[in-house]
Design a protein around this ligand. Structure first.
Ligand code: SF4
Length: 408
């Protein structure tokens, strides 16, 4: 697989980001999913650390299993999301060594209710653990297929104003309207470039494979609303556009284009090489398209921009709306359109043991793709971070049968 040149700049930004959370204060712990409080924290000079991202780092370094076990021995139930168990296991671990030096204690925890229902209790537990202020941005969830985000925008904009007052107290700085406008602009432009990159990936051969997208997603999530984030995404966009112009694919001999549904096993991202050996590229997935909801939202009114950003995740095609969408069918429609647009000829559906929100309805979607769209599907059972539920032999056995169905 060919690595992106801009990957070096992204890795450099990631290293700097981890240095900053140790060297600069104040520090917030927060959730990544389309969370405007992160943009506001960046604007106010509050560093933001993400325990979810950190769980992926721990999983990639094969430490999540250890942390999950520590959490379980302290009464955190094994059914709980492995990101949460990883987080509390890391906090309760008495050993001196942690990946990237660990995460320092926060001055505030901030959370948004737009995606996963676990977030609120997880961060409430962190508030109790650290005894620090807790800033919650409440966003209503989609309750029926006709629900419209515009019904809630004033309410959520009001919530953001309240949150700004709390965060100003923590940082000792003020949000000016000029700064808010500038931050909304960066947020919007980042959304635009991310979407453009995904659009370019409709080309054959696909310029990016799933691991490229999974690495790049660090930018619009962790650096949201910043000039640096925008410049990195522009660089990535230009490089991907050049690849398309020159017919350069992410893998050498693309023969199949697959959709990947759900969060991948972070400890085994190398499995994409096994796909590449069979001529399979993964140009599209719900994790990189529906989870972050970084769409091009009008920023003429910055508060409204941020309200729609949070609501997009909860009600308007983001993953927070997926349960109701699975029940009523629009998720199938979205996936069907994307499968056609990306010229997909096979589907990989992962069922993650501890991520209920992304796994609910996964088997229904798998059946829909196989029976209604007549596309081969493989269902893989694992967990996104807890390696104890992964079996390489079982994965490969299922994948080999799938590659047979694809004609490989
Ligand atoms: S349950 Fe799923 S969506 Fe929620 S925090 Fe865990 S991995 Fe993320």
């Amino acid at each position: 697989m060919k690595k992106l040149e801009c990957g070096k700049a992204v890795s450099g930004a990631l290293r700097q980001y981890y240095r900053d959370i140790w060297e600069k204060r104040p520090l917030a712990w927060s959730v990544v999913s389309s969370n405007p409080l992160n943009d506001i924290c960046n604007l106010l000079g509050i560093q933001v650390a993400y325990p979810e991202n950190y769980a992926c780092v721990c999983a990639a370094q094969h430490l999540s299993e250890k942390y999950c076990t520590i959490a379980e021995s302290n009464n955190y139930k094994s059914d709980l999301c492995s990101y949460i168990r990883n987080n509390f296991g890391f906090l309760l671990d008495e050993g001196p060594e942690h990946p990237l030096g660990g995460l320092p204690k926060p001055d505030v925890v901030t959370v948004v209710s737009n995606a996963c229902l676990n977030y609120i209790k997880w961060f409430d537990a962190l508030r109790l653990h650290f005894d620090v202020p807790y800033v919650l941005l409440n966003t209503p969830h989609k309750m029926s297929q006709n629900d419209d985000p515009s019904l809630y925008v004033d309410y959520v904009a009001g919530e953001i104003e309240e949150a700004i007052k709390e965060l100003e107290k923590i940082s000792g700085r003020k949000v000016t309207s000029a700064k808010l406008k500038e931050t909304a602009h960066y947020s919007r432009e980042q959304g635009k470039y991310w979407r453009e990159i995904l659009e370019l990936n409709k080309s054959t051969p696909a310029p990016l494979n799933f691991p490229d997208l999974a690495n790049l997603i660090f930018v619009p999530t962790s650096l949201s609303g910043t000039e640096l984030g925008l410049s990195l995404l522009k660089q990535a966009y230009e490089e991907v556009r050049d690849r398309v112009k020159n017919g350069i694919g992410a893998i050498d001999d693309e023969r199949h284009r697959l959709i990947l549904l759900n969060i991948p096993p972070w400890y085994r991202l190398g499995i994409s090489s096994y796909f590449a050996e069979k001529g399979c590229v993964l140009p599209f997935g719900d994790y990189t398209r529906y989870v972050w909801c970084t769409q091009d939202i009008d920023d003429s009114d910055p508060l409204e921009h941020f309200a729609y950003k949070a609501l997009g995740m909860a009600t308007d095609s983001g993953y927070g709306s997926s349960t109701v969408e699975t029940l009523y069918g629009p998720l199938e429609k979205r996936i069907e359109e994307d499968i056609k647009a990306y010229n997909i000829d096979g589907a990989v559906v992962q069922i993650n043991k501890s991520c209920k929100i992304m796994s609910t309805g996964g088997l229904d979607i798998a059946r829909f793709i196989r029976d209604k769209m007549d596309i081969p599907v493989v269902v893989l059972d694992a967990d996104q971070a807890d390696e104890r539920f992964y079996s390489d032999a079982e994965f490969k056995q299922r994948l080999d049968a799938f590659f047979d169905a694809l004609g490989e």
